[in-house]
Design a protein around this ligand. Structure first.
Ligand SMILES: NC(=O)c1ccc[n+]([C@@H]2O[C@H](COP(=O)([O-])OP(=O)(O)OC[C@H]3O[C@@H](n4cnc5c(N)ncnc54)[C@H](OP(=O)(O)O)[C@@H]3O)[C@@H](O)[C@H]2O)c1
Length: 446
């Protein structure tokens, strides 16, 4: 049989500085300024890598006069960010404002309608309007990219869509919010209460003045929805995802977790089975030996299970000026090189509507902590409630607190359906001997 040869023609040109790629940037805060710095400081390097220079030509933010520590002279200023889309010389629009709707969405729609490529770090925008924008991009032969929207400086979307493209991904999970991981790390290291660490994190700039999106798990949910969309070829789905944050994690649970061989982490999890997709955001106990257990402070990490690759782990800075801008610039380079493929790895029209697996049917193991009166008969009441729901206990610790504060009873369950675990909590809450709302934390052994 004659040998078949594959001929590749390399189109190698030296960097062409006479035809720069022009970028318009909306939003000149932490990330916007970071992008300007990389494009400025690495101008020669990027020009060699792309084959043409990349230049910022227009910008938009709220306050024109603010000193941002970078030179904006020579850039066209737009009071209204959507104007960037209609400036003729702008080739790519980069949106770094934030928010799922408002100016970010208006700019995305305008840019893509004009056939220009649109790059963003905005997870809320992509998690909520991703399918619409991907469709618009394809209809207008434009590129939609959002690497910086998930896990900051970690190139996780590129890894999923390109490096792991030969795999059927069955699941992924990760620590996707640096603020929560920072808070949990300090609660453990310093034995502090959640509210105290949060207040300090706000003072140090690790948490926003309004930290709701971070600590209540919504930011992690946006990122989980985007990861699941690329991993499973589905539209991002925020509606069917149970979301729980870290507000109710108490130092006592962090201590018991340690004693039982676990560490508490806020996780985004996505799993696909033959019946559908399960996505969840939960504070979970993970074994101390698991790679995610040792990801501390504001660091992010993602584990992806590919059928041929096996598990692969990605760790790095999940936020901050440099790391986030690094991912934005990687997207600019991709578009400049013509490395164009559908936003979620498959054409928007082929994104599947995979059924969401019901959360109450999830099967797992659970940690439950009760504070009860130290009196005879308590254990009998507890075991009766467990028997009623057919929940069996793997381990049980009973320990006294201060004399007038009752005792803690801490248990971990064997494999149990989530609806039974939640029913048990209701039974426990109704018991006269139980002094406060019981705590339930899921155990994830992956
Ligand atoms: N910071 C991070 O580490 C990080 C990490 C990953 C992803 N992201 C995402 O990146 C995006 C930007 O985050 P950031 O931290 O850079 O935010 P930021 O520091 O708050 O900056 C936001 C910028 O948007 C501008 N802006 C607000 N409303 C505007 C409007 N209507 N028109 C034009 N500009 C407007 C602001 O203008 P003024 O400066 O004049 O007020 C500011 O320059 C968000 O989507 C965020 O979720 C951030």
């Amino acid at each position: 049989m004659p040998a078949v040869t594959l001929q590749i023609e390399w189109n190698i040109t030296m960097s062409d500085t006479s035809n720069p790629l022009k970028v318009g940037i909306a939003g000149l805060g932490t990330v916007g300024v970071g992008v300007i710095k990389i494009l400025r400081d690495h101008a020669d390097l990027l020009s060699q890598r792309v084959g043409r220079s990349i230049e910022v030509c227009a910008v938009s933010a709220r306050s024109k006069g603010r000193d941002r520590g970078v030179d904006l002279t020579g850039f066209t200023w737009c009071d209204d960010a959507t104007e960037l889309a209609s400036i003729g010389e702008v080739d790519i629009v980069v949106e770094l404002i934030g928010g799922s709707d408002g100016p970010a969405l208006a700019l995305a729609r305008e840019t893509l309608k004009t056939g220009k490529s649109f790059i963003t770090a905005n997870k809320a925008l992509i998690a909520v309007h991703g399918k619409e924008l991907a469709t618009l991009a394809e209809e207008n032969n434009a590129s939609l990219r959002f690497e910086a929207a998930v896990a900051g400086g970690i190139p996780i979307l590129k890894s999923l869509a390109e490096g792991l493209a030969g795999n059927d991904v069955s699941g992924l999970y990760g620590i996707l919010n640096g603020t929560c991981n920072y808070i949990l790390t300090r609660m453990e290291r310093e034995g502090l209460a959640f509210a105290d660490v949060l207040a300090d994190a706000q003072r140090l700039g690790y948490a926003e003045a309004d930290p709701t999106f971070d600590i209540d798990g919504i930011d992690t949910a946006h990122k989980t929805a985007i990861l699941a969309a690329i991993a499973f070829g589905m539209a991002p789905d925020m509606d069917s995802m149970p979301i729980e944050g870290i507000r109710n994690i108490a130092p006592v649970d962090i201590d018991y977790a340690q004693e039982l061989g676990y560490r508490i982490k806020l996780l985004g999890l996505a799993r696909r089975t033959a019946d559908g997709v399960e996505t969840r955001v939960i504070p979970a106990m993970v074994p101390l030996s698991a790679s995610l257990a040792n990801v501390m402070d504001a660091t992010n990490a993602v584990v992806v299970d590919g059928d041929f690759s096996g598990p692969t782990v990605y760790v790095g800075a999940g936020a901050g000026e440099g790391p986030t801008a690094s991912s934005v610039v990687a997207d600019i380079i991709d578009v400049a090189r013509g490395n164009v493929y559908p936003a979620f790895g498959v054409p928007a029209a082929s994104l599947q509507n995979l059924p969401a697996l019901p959360a109450d049917k999830h099967s797992g193991t659970y940690y439950i902590r009760l504070r009860v009166n130290d009196q005879p008969g308590v254990m009998a009441d507890i075991t009766a409630a467990l028997a009623r729901e057919s929940v069996s206990i793997e381990s049980l610790i009973q320990r006294g607190t201060a004399p007038d504060e009752g005792v803690y009873i801490v248990m971990t369950t064997h494999q149990t359906v989530e609806s039974s675990a939640l029913s048990i909590l209701k039974h426990f809450t109704a018991l006269e001997c139980v002094l406060e709302t019981p705590t339930l934390i899921r155990i994830e052994t992956f």
